[in-house]
Design a protein around this ligand. Structure first.
Ligand code: NCN
Ligand code: DMD
Length: 354
């Protein structure tokens, strides 16, 4: 089975963009004074092809999987934490549960490739591609067949979910290693700079991680195209998020991107279909070293910078009130004309000698 890249429309409607800019610029505020929220309002309007932005049934999806490279001591935590944290999420106790409840997001957890098997649960979507990836220091993470199955599963999951906003999070011990390797391979950013402390490595542990990742990258010299790199260096959750993001964009849904690992999936999706970027809101900048460089590469600016590095989708949901505010400001704020407020033209006229 080969995953067919879904068609994604660019949101470049010049007339609509002019209309939206006019609406935003004529609101009762100095032009540009709502800063990044104005760009966000414009983006939301372009995605929804309307100057009134509405959100329905927001979805939070956490993709979980294990990584063979965890055996090489690249994470501060053991592989078993992946399944344990999935169980915590299904019991309602993880940070992402708290934030999903707070912000009214329906939460689903996807078993994309957790090493252990999980019991059925109403919030668990079982799409296991394998029991963890192979150790990428020795082998490609997954076969081509597994890669395409993961991309397709991600797209299927999005198709099965309602709503027009979807937030992407993940859980997978050692997945900052895959994210760093993908960042290096797809952008040329130095591996040393792409590699960070993840769940909290000490200095000597970080040095060890860098050595291990150098071996891993040298093991896959030919995996240069995005899909080849994803199969060789990625993870089941990263590949599934990539397919899911592409599908979400093809359905013109707003994509809320969490931290470094969700960002790596976004990067792969962008390298496959650049227009996908129009649908993405980069919600926060993680403390993980490579995330800043990843966002710079995408010329993206995140909404929040709170030194967070948890993953799960937590940064995405913390930014949600800002996304809602951008929409409401666009929808509800008065214009100079409707409020009867003088524009700066009257001052300019007074300053011009008759
Ligand atoms: O989202 C981030 O930016 C982020 C940064 C560092 C760590 N994490 C989370 O921590 C795990 C990966 O860290 P590590 O050290 O095991 O590679 C994984 O479960 C991620 O959700 C997440
Ligand atoms: C406890 C814990 C919770 C997490 N949530 C996402 N990644 C995580 C990694 C660890 C180690």
């Amino acid at each position: 089975m080969t995953f067919a890249l879904p068609p994604i429309e660019a949101v470049t409607d010049v007339r609509l963009e002019a209309k939206l800019r006019h609406k935003i610029d004529n609101k009762t505020k100095p032009v540009g004074s709502l800063g990044q929220l104005e760009d966000l309002a414009l983006q939301l309007g372009l995605i929804q092809r309307s100057d009134v932005v509405t959100f329905q049934d927001p979805q939070m999806v956490v993709f979980a999987a294990d990584h063979g490279i965890a055996a090489d001591g690249v994470s501060a935590f053991p592989q078993a934490v992946t399944v344990q944290m999935v169980a915590n999420m299904l019991a309602g106790g993880a940070a992402i549960n708290v934030l999903s409840r707070q912000h009214g997001f329906a939460l689903q957890v996807v078993d994309a490739g957790v090493a252990a098997d999980l019991e059925d649960h109403p919030q668990l979507i079982k799409r296991k591609i394998g029991h963890g990836t192979k150790n990428i220091c020795k082998n490609p993470a997954m076969s081509e067949e597994q890669l395409h199955a993961a991309l397709q599963a991600g797209a299927d999951i999005v198709k099965s979910l309602p709503g027009n906003v979807i937030a992407f999070g993940e859980m997978g011990i050692a997945n900052t290693s895959s994210a760093a390797l993908l960042l290096n391979r797809l952008t040329g950013i130095a591996l040393k700079d792409a590699t960070g402390r993840g769940t909290g490595l000490t200095d000597p542990q970080l040095r060890h991680k860098r050595k291990v990742l150098m071996l891993a990258i040298l093991r896959h010299p030919d995996a240069v195209e995005p899909l080849q790199a994803l199969a060789a260096l990625g993870g089941f959750e990263i590949a599934m998020m990539t397919g899911a993001m592409l599908q979400a964009a093809s359905q013109r849904r707003v994509i809320l991107v969490d931290g470094f690992i969700a960002g790596a999936a976004a990067l792969v999706a962008y390298k496959l279909v650049p227009q996908v970027l129009h649908y993405m809101v980069f919600c926060h900048r993680s403390a993980e070293r490579g995330h800043r460089l990843l966002l710079d590469h995408l010329k993206a600016r995140a909404l929040l910078d709170l030194d967070m590095r948890l993953g799960e989708g937590t940064g995405a949901l913390l930014a949600w009130p800002l996304v809602q505010s951008a929409a409401r400001l666009m929808n509800e704020m008065a214009s100079f004309a409707s409020a009867g407020i003088s524009g700066k033209e009257s001052v300019e006229a007074a300053m011009t000698p008759p």
